[in-house]
Each structure stands twice: as C-alpha cells, then as structure tokens.
Design a protein around this ligand. Structure first.
Ligand SMILES: NC(=O)c1ccc[n+]([C@@H]2O[C@H](COP(=O)([O-])OP(=O)(O)OC[C@H]3O[C@@H](n4cnc5c(N)ncnc54)[C@H](OP(=O)(O)O)[C@@H]3O)[C@@H](O)[C@H]2O)c1
Length: 259
C-alpha cells in the first residue's frame, strides 16, 4: 500500500442518517467501529451530523479518521466551521474537503496553512454532479489536493472517463460517495440464488456486492455508505476486505444492477 493511500476500506457516510437521532447515531458508530470502520465522512451541510458524530465517537476519537468538509463561500464562516470541527473532533480534522467545490480557490491557501499547523492532516475536494467534473479535474490538476470525493457505482460511472485516471496519475486518493446510489440500487436486491456466484469472494448480500464493486477498482480507496441501522454498518464493513473482484465479477455485478 502506498503511503498516501487511505484504503481500500469501507467508511461511513453521515448525510441524512445522523441529523436528528443521537442515540441511533451512537449505535451506528459503535457498530461501525467494532466492525473495523475507521473513515467517517460528514459536512456542515448535514445538519447536526458532525456534532452527533463527535459525541458518538467520544473517547474512541483516535480510532477514527474524520473526513469532513468546509461548505461556504465566506472566509469568516469557513473559520467558524473549522473551529466547530476542532471542538467536536479533538483538535484535529484528518481530512478537510472543500464541499461541492464551493470557493475552492479561495479556501486552498488557508487550508494549506492549517495543514502546516497540524490542525488539518489532508486536504480534499468533492462534487456530486457530472457537470461539475471538468471543474473538479481543474482543481485536481493544481496538484494541491490529496483526496477527491466523487460518485461511483455500477449506474454512475462518469468518473471513469477523466477523474479516476487523473487521480491515479497524480496519486490522489479517491473516496466514493453514494456507493449504493443513495439507496436506489438496494431497493430491489437480487435473490440469494442470483448472488451465489459471488460467495467465494466473501459476498453475502447485494449491498456488499455493490461496495466491493467500487473498492475493487484499484484507483478507489474508500467507499462511504450511509446507514441508520447498526446491523447494516456491520454488514457493509465486511465488504472491505479481500478477495477483491476481478473483471468478470465486476461485470457480473453490473449485469445484476441493470436487471
Ligand atoms: N460531497 C457530496 O456532495 C456528497 C453527496 C452525497 C453523499 N455524500 C456522502 O456519501 C455518503 C453516502 O451517500 P448516500 O448517503 O447518499 O447514499 P448511499 O450510501 O449510496 O445509500 C444510503 C442508503 O442505502 C441504505 N443502505 C445502507 N446500507 C445498506 C445495506 N447494507 N442494505 C440495504 N440498504 C442499505 C440506507 O438505508 P438505511 O439507513 O435504512 O440502512 C440509505 O437509504 C453520504 O452519507 C455522505 O457522507 C457526499
């Protein structure tokens, strides 16, 4: 594994799942940590999610890699967002990402200063929309981002054209958002019989097949499925270990995802 690589691992997203119910967030974080999950993705955009995550981690903070975001065009608001995060996450953000490319050129210099001070460990950038990919590529092309977060699953493959090759070329780690298509891809799962050929790759469930599909692309480091259910946090974490899929298994999953 290269020194800069974060994975391949399964992390945990917190959008829509950590907003309101602190007890649920606690149960999901406990289950995820116990199952070996380390990367937790959040954002000021996700309501109370960052605070809930910080509280849920409690004295296990050092077991976690906090990947959160700056989401504002305002330099003042950005410092408020970072100060909150430093309070919730024990004085350090392991990965600070510019959310949806918002004012990324303005934020980069002060993020680099924070990295030099040690309050931020890595700097990244994210976007969910295909029409923003050219701008995302321009940001990566500066060589100043260490991590990119983008959508990737068997039905959303636009990043394969430019962004994944560029990330690989520049040694940029890749975090995959929406690996389950925000739930759409798992709404009508294939039957256990249809999944049987994947069992020897350690796959028991359709969600695991989809997560392993992304992680088996060697340009991908982390997938961050979100769930409100502790048992699913455990199920998802189990997709983060080898054996990885080869080309045939990936194609098989793509066919099942089309069915
Ligand atoms: N930077 C950005 O612009 C951006 C945009 C979107 C997302 N993200 C990040 O990416 C993370 C993931 O994206 P997402 O939350 O939209 O979607 P996702 O992880 O693709 O899908 C989440 C959905 O899948 C369900 N699910 C999770 N595990 C499952 C399992 N084992 N079996 C069946 N269903 C399962 C969840 O329902 P239950 O809760 O009922 O399990 C939830 O409805 C976000 O939480 C966020 O951290 C970033």
């Amino acid at each position: 594994m290269e020194e800069r690589r974060l994975g391949p691992v399964v992390g945990l997203g917190t959008w829509n799942t950590f907003k309101a119910d602190r007890r649920r967030a606690q149960a999901v974080v406990d289950a995820a940590l116990d199952a070996g999950t380390r990367v937790f993705d959040s954002s000021p955009m996700y309501g109370e999610a960052q605070r809930s995550l910080g509280i849920a981690l409690g004295n296990r903070r050092e077991d976690a890699v906090i990947a959160t975001k700056i989401w504002t065009p305002s330099p003042h608001e950005a410092t408020v967002q970072l100060d909150d995060q430093l309070e919730w996450f024990g004085g350090r953000v392991d990965l600070e990402q510019v959310h949806n490319l918002v004012a990324w050129e303005r934020h980069l210099p002060w993020l680099e200063e924070e990295r030099a001070r040690g309050r931020v460990t890595r700097i990244g950038v994210t976007h969910y929309a295909t029409n923003a990919f050219p701008e995302l590529a321009r940001a990566l092309g500066t060589g100043r981002f260490e991590v990119v977060q983008l959508p990737y699953n068997p039905q959303e493959r636009a990043c394969e054209r430019q962004l994944l090759p560029l990330a690989a070329e520049l040694g940029i780690a890749v975090i995959v958002m929406v690996p389950l298509g925000s739930g759409r891809l798992v709404a009508r799962p294939p039957s256990p019989r249809e999944l049987a050929p994947l069992r020897e790759s350690g796959v028991e469930t359709w969600a695991q097949a989809l997560l392993k599909w992304s992680l088996s692309d060697e340009r991908v480091d982390v997938v961050i499925p979100a769930t409100k259910q502790p048992e699913r946090a455990r199920e998802n974490a189990a997709a983060g270990s080898p054996p990885w899929f080869g080309r045939d298994e990936r194609r098989f999953v793509e066919r099942l995802a089309r069915a």
